[in-house]
Design a protein around this ligand. Structure first.
Ligand SMILES: Nc1nc2c(ncn2[C@@H]2O[C@H](COP(=O)(O)OP(=O)(O)OP(=O)(O)O)[C@@H](O)[C@H]2O)c(=O)[nH]1
Ligand SMILES: [Mg+2]
Length: 340
């Protein structure tokens, strides 16, 4: 829906309107009634299109902090509030314009004047719509992002996969849950949060695959990285840090270790397991180096590759506490996907 299509639709709606069957009115009065009716129909039509667009911006404050942060990474929510306000203001202007034009038409003394009033009305309504063009586009972009929000189950125990780009997080999600996120040999393949679901002891467990993170301050992080940070900050009971000891991801041992340190510092209240990935192509020395470092730091780890997916899954799932579903009070932020 763009400004042109809204206007075209309103004009088509007005064109359907014709003189009433009763033709006992004097022609000028009939014309005034007809043109006023056309303007009302056009105004209502435009106003209702704007309304249906603006109402898709839900009350932002009711969204969970996680959803707010995810959306904010794509479209600043402050801007979205302004834009929704602008659309509402345009609706009010259209209604006012239509009332004023109706009054003017009523007081007109010639047919030509009545027709001119409707032309003016159409031109001014068109300019209001054009002014709202950017706001409409922003809302439409927002709708797209909103639709792409991850469908997170509140009740499920949640593992969050994090790590440098290209380390194999999405591949691991596929191995753990069978879900099929996009996997590719370049960084930032994953741009949204992917969710994979499975069961453990007949209870729901989910894994969130996040976009890759670089080791740098939050203020320097790009919007895609900020989604991963939002997932770590607001969701999940256990972090799986995916580490590529082969460095084929394109990032150094030190860079990955430094990110691991930062995540432990920032989100240390939650248990964390390192997944040493790509063991099928890792040299023994590469693996040993990572394992020794992790042992020295007393960080639990698992080694993973294409050949031991089932074993890794079993070991990862053993981290779900037996009493989680009985005693765990699910935090509000564990993330309904949209609101609550
Ligand atoms: N040999 C080998 N390659 C792997 C393994 N896991 C992932 N890869 C490859 O590593 C590359 C990156 O994999 P992804 O799963 O897309 O990595 P990611 O961490 O999700 O990447 P981003 O979404 O960009 O952060 C792909 O070419 C995968 O095929 C593994 O265990 N062994
Ligand atoms: Mg990925």
């Amino acid at each position: 829906m763009d400004t042109q299509s809204i206007m075209d639709k309103a004009i088509r709606r007005a064109q359907k309107e014709n003189y009433p069957k009763r033709r006992d009115q004097i022609p000028l009065l009939a014309l005034k009634r007809l043109e006023s009716r056309k303007m009302k129909l056009m105004g209502d039509c435009m106003e209702s299109d704007l309304h249906s667009l603006a109402k898709t911006v839900p009350s932002i404050d009711k969204l969970t902090p996680f959803v707010q942060e995810l959306l904010n990474a794509s479209i600043p929510l402050g801007q979205l509030r302004k834009v929704a306000g602008h659309l509402q203001k345009t609706q009010t202007l259209l209604i006012r314009l239509q009332i004023q034009a109706g009054k003017k038409a009523f007081h007109a003394t010639t047919s030509a004047e009545v027709r001119a009033i409707r032309k003016q009305f159409t031109a001014r309504a068109d300019s209001f719509l054009r002014n709202a063009k950017d706001s409409m586009e922003t809302v439409q972009q927002f709708q797209k992002h909103f639709k792409r929000l991850p469908h997170i189950e509140k009740e499920a125990f949640t593992f969050v996969l994090a790590g440098y780009p290209n380390t194999g997080k999405s591949t691991l999600l596929n191995r753990l849950t069978g879900s099929t996120p996009k996997i590719a040999d370049y960084p930032f393949t994953t741009q949204e949060i992917n969710v994979g679901k499975t069961e453990y002891r007949f209870l729901p467990v989910q894994f969130l695959d996040t976009p890759g993170l670089l080791d740098r301050p939050l203020t320097e992080r790009n919007p895609i990285e900020r989604k991963a940070m939002a997932a770590l900050a607001h969701t999940g009971q256990h972090v799986l840090f995916v580490f590529d000891p082969t460095l084929s991801c394109g990032y150094s041992f030190e860079q990955q270790m430094s990110l691991l340190r930062e995540i432990r510092q920032q989100f240390g209240s939650r248990p964390l397991t390192v997944i040493l990935n790509k063991t099928d192509i890792a040299h023994e020395t590469e693996l040993r180096r990572a394992q020794e470092e992790l042992r020295a730091q007393k960080i639990p780890f698992l080694t993973a590759g294409p050949d031991n997916a089932e074993e890794v899954k079993e070991k990862v799932l053993q981290n779900v506490p037996r009493n989680f579903y009985v005693t765990q009070k699910i935090p509000e932020t564990t993330g309904s996907q949209h609101s609550n």
